[in-house]
Design a protein around this ligand. Structure first.
Ligand code: TA6
Length: 296
């Protein structure tokens, strides 16, 4: 959709459409309590901040903004597979294509809602037909809903979905993640070894890449440097993934600054690995996350 096509979705003082990085169409959303930025590319939320606070989301200064490549940071929509796949890019194709904006609505003194739809072009080539809608609700928190439906007559659709959220932190050494004690996880930095979380507080002092299975609905990021607590609340997703690339992996990523691992952590929500979802014809799955922050 061109910027001119998108102008009809503008809401004065609430939703603006402009040319973003790489010339890609970008939406700027303003509410009484917050602001957000969303690219049509990947329906990618790249920023959300409450008035008077640092951004909740982290987007790399080195990110690419071009068709066929994911934006590094914010909330990548991971679908229909998570992780590596032979002969394909990691984490599926949903984040690499431009989504269609279908609706913008503003609720005075509350917030702004936006709905995006995955364009149908790709689906017939690679997968049974499906529909994918993405609702973004900006208030004093950020609510994201990924609605996936199997529209293929007579064929099941097996998928992985994940909202791979990058959070801004003041200094990774002052951060701890809570709510996962006792949860089993796959340790991707140790050959996917199955382990159980024994710590109340997960801290980062090397690369962390863990897929927590049957994870509770809420995870909490405590940041004593920025003096805030971030709540990651999910429904419709059985897994929580915690990732920080640390030094070596940061240096390997061409679209990520060598020092940026100090100021971010991913706490992701979805259905991955053992939690793959199989939809019968006509069946849907809704993955929802609510991201909010309070003072510590
Ligand atoms: O969710 C963690 C992870 O799977 C890591 O293994 C790392 O690959 C990260 O995602 C980033 O993946 P990307 O394809 O965006 O570079």
């Amino acid at each position: 959709m061109s910027i001119d096509d998108l102008k009809r979705f503008e809401i004065p003082g609430r939703v603006s459409v402009l040319e973003g990085n790489g010339g890609l169409p970008k939406l700027e959303v303003t509410t009484d309590a917050s602001s957000a930025e969303i690219y049509l590319h990947g329906a990618h939320v790249t920023d959300f901040k409450k008035r008077g606070e640092p951004s909740l989301l982290f987007t790399s200064q080195c990110s690419r903004f071009e068709a066929g490549h994911p934006i590094r940071g914010g909330v990548p929509i991971i679908f229909p597979w998570f992780g590596a796949r032979d002969g394909e890019g990691a984490h599926g194709f949903a984040r690499n294509v431009s989504w269609l904006l279908q609706e913008t609505t503003s609720t005075p003194h509350v917030g702004v809602s936006l709905r995006f739809a995955f364009p149908g072009a790709r689906q017939s080539a690679l997968w049974p037909s499906f529909s994918a809608y993405y609702n973004v609700i900006v208030t004093d928190k950020l609510t994201l809903e990924l609605v996936l439906t199997n529209t293929a007559p007579g064929q099941n659709l097996t998928l992985e979905n994940c909202l791979h959220t990058y959070f801004t932190v003041g200094d990774i050494s002052a951060v701890s993640v809570h709510g996962l004690k006792g949860v089993n996880y796959l340790d991707k930095v140790d050959g996917f070894a199955p382990k159980t979380e024994v710590n109340d507080a997960i801290r980062v002092s090397s690369e962390v890449d863990r897929v927590y299975l049957d994870a509770p609905a809420t995870a909490e990021i405590r940041d004593t440097n920025l003096g805030r607590k971030i709540l990651v609340e999910k429904s419709g997703g059985a897994a929580t993934v915690v990732w920080n690339p640390w030094i070596a992996k940061s240096q390997q990523l061409s679209d990520f600054g060598n020092e940026e691992y100090l100021r971010m952590i991913c706490v992701e929500s979805g259905n991955v690995a053992a939690h793959k979802v199989t939809l019968a014809p006509g069946e849907s799955t809704v993955l929802r996350v609510d991201l909010s922050s309070t003072r510590l």
